[in-house]
Design a protein around this ligand. Sequence first.
Ligand code: ZN
Length: 407
Amino acid sequence: MKDWDISDGLEIVCKCGKVHGSITKRVLVGDDAVMQLVDECKKLLSDGWVAVCYAQDCMQYADKVSTLLTDGGYVVHKVCFPSDTVACLEGATDLIEMQEMVRLIVAVGGGSIAQLARYASTIRHNPCVHVMTCTTTADILSATCFGDKSVNPPSCVIFDPRFAKQTSRLLASGYGEICSTVLKNVDVRWAARVGENGSCPYLLQQVEEVVREYIDEFKYCENKDMLTAKTLLIIGLLNQMIEQEITPCDRCVQLLEGVADVEPAPWGINTMIFASTMLGWYKAALKSPTNYMRVGLDRMSTTIGTCQSLGLDGVRVTIAQGKLKYKRQWAWMMREYKEDLADEALLAHTLLMRCMRQFRRIFDDAGYFLADYIDSDRVLKIAEASLVVSPRYTIPVLLAEDGILLE
Ligand SMILES: [Zn+2]
């Protein structure tokens, strides 16, 4: 990723004739990057009140950030959240209700804090700067949060490896998130083909190249944290230019997060588990001859039943996804492109399996961790439930229409 300069965001003069630009214009990655924080803030607010929000377990970093800002002439208002804060609308109340004189929000920490800060900054019309304390996720640059609420992405993001505490679990999560893009690309390409995603195909290709480059570089890279953080940020910037819609894999992770007795795990770990499950299924299902199909599958009752067995309110899950509609030509296109899709799934699956080995090695005892964490039966059950609750034009839904079940 050495060749990627993202300090001024991304601008791509594209083969399609357009110039694509990211919304976030400042992304600083590197040793001592945090020392530029005050300069960056000055571009957004010359002086006055700045809120620094952070989770309890990032207090040491928040203190350093506050000192930098105070030395830079700002008045700092600190907002501390409990360490186990989850990102939800109500959680942002403290930030939204801050005094009016606060004109800039600096978030210090990981994904949840970033989401709360972005939401509050959108409501309050304050710009937002994010100082990362771990590699977190590409989503910190997304234009939505809490599922689908539109928010302003941060104006500036800073990742300084000397300013971050990174566990192997979080590195694995970052690695998992990036590698899962291999599956996401198959889904998005399909959506683009059936006209349900109007994004520029060259941009989609660009994401794939970034992911491939990362996978090759990772093994021999000395600073894996920095490489992973930078790659996630590049993907985040590219995603700002691409129409985003939830993928079947993301939907599975959301369902898993709703299951009460499964320990919470970082997003990227869950996406990696489901990406390999789903892709294995795509590969098998797309190659399967028709006599493998179980015709007449009632997807709705399958989902509701599966959700219930997982302790989820199946009816609510399906209602939340809205009414399902199909275009007739999707099924036709599925037949038309089935062979191509099967080839793509096979290639992606081979690559992802290679990544899975690396993913396990990032943990000291991943075998134990993963086995204890969730059993394959449940993973399959959740994947099956996603047949209904995935967006309507996606591959799993179409395969389910054909009556192919997960095995
Ligand atoms: Zn383009």
